[in-house]
Ligand binder design. Structure first.
Ligand SMILES: [Mg+2]
Length: 198
């Protein structure tokens, strides 16, 4: 019997070198909890995660006329932006560390407003996110990865349109929905079993 070691090795090498493009807000950082908590403090209205079924952050979800009004509020909360003190989603950082130890590359790909970048870099360090590569970019699909993890409906759509051959993974949130050709996870603990199944 001839065993094709080269193909076994190839598979191993490929697995150990997977580049995983990871979005931050709504995936690693709990942006929803962060802004709704601050919103309740500033404006006295509680908004639950389940109420956020659309991508926009203006009326009728909040009192803001336009999304730009939301961002004008969110860019300066007591001297820093809303992105400065976001909580981690359960098991997110631990899973990223485990993936790094397995040999995968964690590539952070975030489309943030320019004014939030320094806060985000501090946040990545403080929260010990294991990455050597951080991109702030709107066209996320241009950053070459084997798999992408995102929550934004329009970004998932872009990945599907531009790089349908890649593994596109949706983090399930009330404001996104399943698209043919993508994978979905509900919890961070679902990610490694999914990646191992590829
Ligand atoms: Mg996001």
């Amino acid at each position: 019997m001839v065993i094709d070691f080269s193909s076994i090795m190839h598979q191993r090498i490929k697995l150990s070198q997977m580049r995983i493009g990871v979005d931050l807000d709504g995936v690693v950082a709990d942006f929803t909890k962060g802004w709704t908590t601050q919103y309740a403090l500033d404006f006295g209205k509680e908004i639950s995660e389940e109420e956020i079924t659309d991508w926009g952050l203006s009326k009728p979800l909040t009192h803001f006329e336009k999304d730009l009004d939301f961002w004008n509020w969110a860019m300066d909360i007591n001297g820093s932006s809303i992105f400065r003190h976001l909580e981690l989603y359960e098991n997110s950082q631990e899973t990223l560390v485990e993936l790094s130890k397995m040999g995968h590359e964690i590539v952070i790909i975030s489309s943030k407003p320019w004014w939030s970048i320094h806060d985000t870099l501090i946040w990545l360090g403080e929260n010990k996110i294991p990455t050597k590569e951080v991109h702030f970019i709107e066209d996320k699909w241009t950053i070459d990865c084997d798999a992408y993890l995102d929550d934004a409906p329009y970004q998932l759509e872009n990945f599907l349109k531009k790089v349908p051959e890649k593994k596109i993974i949706r983090f399930e949130r009330p404001y996104n929905s399943h698209s043919e050709g993508t994978y979905s996870i509900k919890e961070w603990s679902d990610l490694i079993p999914l990646l191992n199944s590829f």
